[in-house]
Design a binder for this molecule. Sequence first.
Ligand code: PMP
Length: 456
Amino acid sequence: KLDPKHEQPMGTWTSEEIRDAVDEHVMLTWAPGKARHNVPIITHGEGVYVFDDKGKKYLDWTSQAVCSNIGYTVPDNVVEGTVRQMKELPFIYGGLGITEVRARLASLVSDILPGDLTGMVFPSSGSEANEAAIMCARRYTGKFKVINWYRSYHGGTTNSQQATGDFRRWFGGDNVPGFVKAFAPYPLFWDYAGDNEAERTQMALNMLEEQILNEGPDTIALIQFESVIRGGGVIMPPPGYMQGVRAICDKYDILMHCDEVMVGFGRTGKLFGFQNYEGVIPDIVTAAKGITSAILPLSMMACRKHIMDGFEDKPLGWGSTYQAHPVAMACAYENLKYMIKEDILGHVQELEPVFEDCMRTLTESHPSIKQYRHVGMFGCFDAHLPNGENPQLQHTAVHEAFVKYRMAYTENGLIGLLRAPHLHVAPPLTITKDELLDGFDRQDRALYALDEGLGY
Ligand code: PMP
């Protein structure tokens, strides 16, 4: 029998009722459980803003996890297309029935991807898309090892977590074989790695090739990396590096995979992040987040035609119940149509100089900011740390400075991810110029707390 509290219409529980249920039942995942007491109760969203239960309005400064790319007012065509699919056919298992929406989405995504990236799988999350990519590469090449960069994140499922290079891999333990980590060129070390950019690029490529030769080229199926590294702080490799990786992959029959989960569908001012590297076409591309602007969970893995053809007589060997979910695909299809028709990409390109201007001004006016990087509507400030102290270390003055900055950030009405010493900026791609300027004003005010906390 249904408890009467569940008979109440959605939107009528008090904050206390919500908190009580959260305290008792809700577990967080990447954060310690007790952090749930401090996460705000978000009631609704509008445009690029979300509102909490006390009526406070927050400007979304990182599009949540860089995914709410069109904000919170869902366009009519997306609502109608998604609801229509829910009414017509809410679900059919992907191996038992083909739907028109699957055919349409596959052809639309293939149309907007360059080259012959024509084979499409539609899982539900970025992690799953990367699982599919790893399986696809292994079964297509008959080889097993995967090379990833240390500064990377690829997901929370077994293989995608092991593919991840940063600390989030440690939770998974060390007993998943086949993942080799490499160093991507990293600005912090560029000064030590050659006298000029061309030399640094060549040196980084030589190191990668040396690593491949030592691992054994015949054992490596895939080089898998983020087209623009986010976790490490919006890092793009020096000119020529990606073209060099493409050439190394061709030389040793290794597939090249760009993980576009975070930057795919417009974040960098190009439809796909790898399009920032002229002439580079990967063999496999995965994306998620922006494909539906996070309105429903859906991801994709695209592969080149010859790879798709390689599975005519054998299965890919990876799947999930919800892959090719019709309702999620309808949402993605309408979302992409909306983005194309409204020229969201053009909008990002138009705002990019304003975005950069604001990042430069804040860097110049706050001693706590050392430098910034940006591409499209994806930016990152690096904090200027006294003595290079690590802000991840708890109970230090530097850590406390970031706690205070976080409080000021919230007080000034910003909501977003913070990954000290990197401060990311990635608002919804639909943000207006005035809203963007307002966001940087809010961040400007919050940064005084960081200046003070770091002792400047
Ligand atoms: N790859 C990248 C580059 C990501 O940023 C993420 C998520 N932040 C993932 C993979 C995993 O995607 P998901 O959380 O949807 O599984």
